[in-house]
Design a binder for this molecule. Structure first.
Ligand code: SAH
Length: 289
């Protein structure tokens, strides 16, 4: 009997330790990718699990064209503009490994390039505020690899980069803004966007935005915030929209629950916020010393 009680206690204690470690480890970026890969789960889980959890992983391709075409077939991309824009940016220029897999990949500096279906979802959400060749200004906070910055630039400037528009990518790690610049220079179109100043990468704390480049028609935030930073909302144009993952208020980081919030500012400057799908992003944090 004693032995039975003892072994039950050991089993319970190991289960509790595993749960504790699981919760904390899952927050670490690279491990989160590993766990995602092992459990075959996408980087973000959506409101509609049948759509994002199962279809996302079926959307991988052998080429960039195949990846985008599969995302379109799975209805993870629904707009022709986003489809064209993502088709004209080769993800292999930005993801060091498995670029055509619909999953996040490590890019060094404890950062990841997000999964293509998450980039698609962000671009689609911001699309009504990013007309082509109308001088729209966009801020990409946590620009990392620079992939989405390029996709957003194609949306406002056109795939040839000749239209009127501007995208600023901001990241707090200089090694990453340098890497994003190098990545973009791998294509003629990317190089043209940089040379013309229609894309600019700056190093700084994205939680403060980049007031010099605003006000912005669209703001994308690529890492989870602890709050809906009011200073970012201030830098939105009227009308404008922000797409931002935010840590769940009630959860307070305990279980890593996060949701996308879509923040709209109308012509009169009135702000409305809407909670969208559940996601998993790395946190916006202080720059490493
Ligand atoms: N959207 C990018 C990167 C996503 S990973 C891509 O898909 O390639 C999140 C990024 O946010 C990392 O590059 C990280 O360096 C950056 N980041 C984290 N905290 C930040 C902060 N306070 N200010 C700016 N960037 C930050």
């Amino acid at each position: 009997m004693k032995i039975l009680i003892k072994s039950t206690l050991i089993v319970l204690a190991s289960a509790a330790t595993a749960l504790f470690l699981g919760i904390y480890l899952v927050q670490i970026d690279s491990i989160s990718i590993l766990l995602n890969t092992l459990s075959n789960q996408p980087h973000a889980t959506g409101d509609n699990p049948s759509k994002s959890a199962t279809m996302a992983w079926r959307s991988s391709g052998r080429t960039n064209a195949e990846l985008i075409s599969n995302l379109y077939k799975s209805q993870l991309i629904t707009s022709d503009r986003v489809r064209a824009s993502m088709s004209s940016v080769d993800r292999a220029h930005y993801a060091p490994a498995a670029p055509y897999e619909d999953s996040p990949q490590s890019i060094g500096f404890s950062a990841t390039i997000s999964a293509p279906h998450m980039h698609a979802s962000a671009a689609e959400s911001l699309l009504p505020f990013m007309p082509e060749n109308k001088g729209a200004k966009v801020l990409d906070v946590g620009s990392g690899s620079g992939y989405l910055t390029h996709v957003l630039a194609n949306l406002v400037c056109g795939a040839d980069g000749k239209g009127d528009g501007k995208v600023v990518g901001i990241d707090h790690i200089a090694g990453l803004t340098e890497m994003a610049t190098r990545n973009m220079k791998k294509s003629e179109e990317g190089k043209r966007l940089l040379d013309s100043g229609k894309v600019e990468f700056v190093t700084g704390d994205g939680r403060k935005g980049y007031v010099e480049g605003g006000p912005y028609d669209a703001i994308h935030v690529g890492a989870a915030a602890s709050e809906l930073h009011p200073v970012l909302i201030d830098q939105l144009r009227s009308p404008g929209r922000m797409f931002i993952p935010v840590e769940d208020e009630e959860d307070r980081g305990m279980f890593g629950a996060q949701y996308i919030w879509v923040v709209d500012k109308d012509e009169k400057g009135e702000v409305k916020r809407r909670r969208d799908m559940g996601v998993r992003y790395v946190m916006l944090k202080d720059a490493p010393k």
